[in-house]
Each structure stands twice: as C-alpha cells, then as structure tokens.
Design a protein around this ligand. Structure first.
Ligand code: NAD
Length: 287
C-alpha cells in the first residue's frame, strides 16, 4: 500500500505559487489575503496562524482580522470593506461562525472574485463556459494530489462520499472534466457500501470518523480521505486506516494528506485572483 502524503505535492505547488507571487509584486500588485476569524475558536486561530506563516514564506501578505466579540453587523461590514478594498485579492472567513444564522449575510458580503475558499458557491465556470470566480481550494487540492501521484482519472470510477458545495459537488465536476465516471453519495444514500465498492478512486469528505472501513473498499482502490475530525484530542479522517490499508493500493493519511495541500491551494487561489485583478499581467497575457 502506497501512502499518498500531501507534503511533496504541496512543495511543488509552493514553488509555483512563490514564483507567481514574485511576478505579481514585480508588476506592482503584491498579492494579499484577508483571513477573518469571528468569535473564539482555537482550531480556527491555529489555521489562521498557519496561513500567516505560509503566506510570509511564499511572498503573499496575509492580514488576519480577529474579532473575538463580533456581532453579525460588525462582521458583515468588515467583509464588505474587504470586498471593496483594491489591495485585497482574497477573502476567507473561518468557519464555524459564532452563529450559523449569520452565514447568508456574511457570504453575500464576499466579492465572488475574491472568494478563495468557495464560500459563495460561484465555482469558477465548472459547468463550462467562461471561467469566472474561483474553484474551492479543497477539491483543487484533491485533484493536485492525484495528478502529482499520476493516478489515472480518465475512465476511472470515482465515488465521492459527501456533496457539500465546498468539497463534494465541485470535486464531482472537476472529476467529470477529466472524463472520470462519477458517483456522488451523501447522508441520504441507501447502502453506501454498494457504491464505495465500485470505486477505483474513493474520496470521503463526510466528516464522520471511521465511516469508511476495509469491507467497503474494492481491492486495489485508491482512497482519498478529506475528513478532518477531532476525536479525543486527536485529528482523524473518515477512513478507518487499519482496515482499509491492507485492501487499498494507496491511501492519503490524516493528518498529512489533503489538509496541508488545501492551505497552499488557498494561497494559490489568492495568487490567481490577484493575477486576474492585475491590469499589467492581464494586458501582457492578452498581447
Ligand atoms: P459538510 O458537513 O458541509 O458536508 C458533509 C457531507 O457529507 C454532506 O454532503 C453529507 O450529506 C455527507 N455525509 C455526512 N454523513 C454521512 C454519512 N454517514 N454517509 C454518507 N454521507 C454523509 O462538510 P464539508 O465542509 O464538506 O467537510 C467534510 C469533511 O471534510 C469535514 O470533516 C471537514 O472537516 C473536512 N474538510 C477537510 C478539508 C481538508 O483540507 N482536508 C477541507 C475542508 C473540509
């Protein structure tokens, strides 16, 4: 069984992001991400600190806005200002919000062209036509990982467990773009194992620890674990590694698989948003 770690593909992506960030700075448009944390959440605080560090090392300014006692209108007004600010290319509002009912108003305040996390559901022309907006970072990270490890997608049967707007749905469309055959499962799917067992590539993004066990995996399948769950202070995925590892040909670990790549992809999206907003670069691409 091959362990598909996120570290090496993340390094290759970082090199690309860094050189593009340098080109943007040289063109007078240094890329900038605004990360917003409303309320108090230790995990989100750590994620923001990680983005700040990574951004610094790649030449992307990451400004953190921590609003521990924010009310809904303060948060919405901050996000609106960030959407209007010409020097901000990407906006990411950490989840969970202090109150889930704030989500609609907050998301409406994000400029879709700065939506590096895919919160607005404006997923970058995935249905065809002109690319617009940005594709959410997590499904892009999954695609980058599979492409880095040269896992063939054309004609492969990909089963995705999870159909959220930020992971499962856009991932299904990205897979279709590569001519994979795609099955999407979710909470209401009856007999999940019937579908997971058909997969050449099984992706789990449900947020349920231990959901995928060895008997649900076709021998030789590639298993990608997107889940991040905190169980008794430990981070685990959706995949029961012990029982799946002897059956699968390759598995992504948690932690250390898709997660580290997603953070780099968020910064890659920031650079892409900046490139699209930088007149000097847009002009030279058109020439
Ligand atoms: P979500 O709660 O919005 O969606 C969960 C999806 O899983 C839904 O489609 C739901 O129907 C499905 N689901 C839930 N229980 C199921 C079950 N028992 N059987 C089949 N399907 C089931 O979550 P999300 O934002 O899409 O995130 C999913 C998981 O991925 C979470 O663990 C999250 O922490 C993780 N995540 C990881 C990364 C990363 O970088 N690795 C990034 C984003 C999210």
């Amino acid at each position: 069984m091959r362990l598909l770690e996120g570290k090496s593909p993340a390094e290759s992506l970082k090199a690309d992001v860094m050189s593009r960030a340098r080109a943007l700075a040289a063109a007078g448009h240094p890329p900038r991400l605004a990360a917003v944390l409303a309320g108090r959440n230790e995990a989100s605080d750590l994620y923001i600190a990680r983005k700040e560090r990574l951004g610094r090392s790649l030449g992307i300014a990451v400004e953190a806005h921590r609003l521990p006692d924010a009310k809904e209108d303060e948060l919405v007004s901050l996000v609106r200002q960030l959407s209007l600010r010409p020097d901000v290319d990407g906006i990411m509002v950490e989840q969970p919000l202090p109150d889930p009912a704030w989500r609609d108003a907050v998301v409406r305040a994000i400029d879709p062209f700065k939506d590096v996390d895919g919160a607005t559901g404006f997923t970058g022309g995935l249905l065809g036509g002109q690319p617009a907006g940005l594709v959410p970072a997590t499904p892009l990270a999954v695609m980058h990982l599979l492409q880095y490890y040269r896992i063939p997608l054309r004609g492969a049967h990909v089963t995705i467990v999870g159909h959220s707007p930020v992971v499962g749905r856009p991932l299904a469309l990205l897979m279709l773009r590569e001519d994979a055959t795609v099955t999407v499962c979710h909470k209401a799917t009856r007999d999940l194992a019937q579908f997971t067992r058909q997969a050449d590539i099984l992706v789990s993004a449900a947020g349920v620890p231990g959901l995928i066990t060895g008997d649900m995996v076709r021998p030789g399948a590639v298993v990608v674990d997107v889940g991040i769950n905190l169980v008794s202070g430990r981070t685990v995925g959706d995949v029961d590694f012990e029982s799946v590892a002897p059956v699968a040909s390759a598995v992504t670990p948690v932690p250390g698989g898709v997660g580290p790549l997603t953070t780099v992809m968020l910064l890659a999206n920031t650079v892409l948003a900046a490139e699209r907003r930088c007149p000097a670069l847009t002009q030279s691409a058109a020439d």
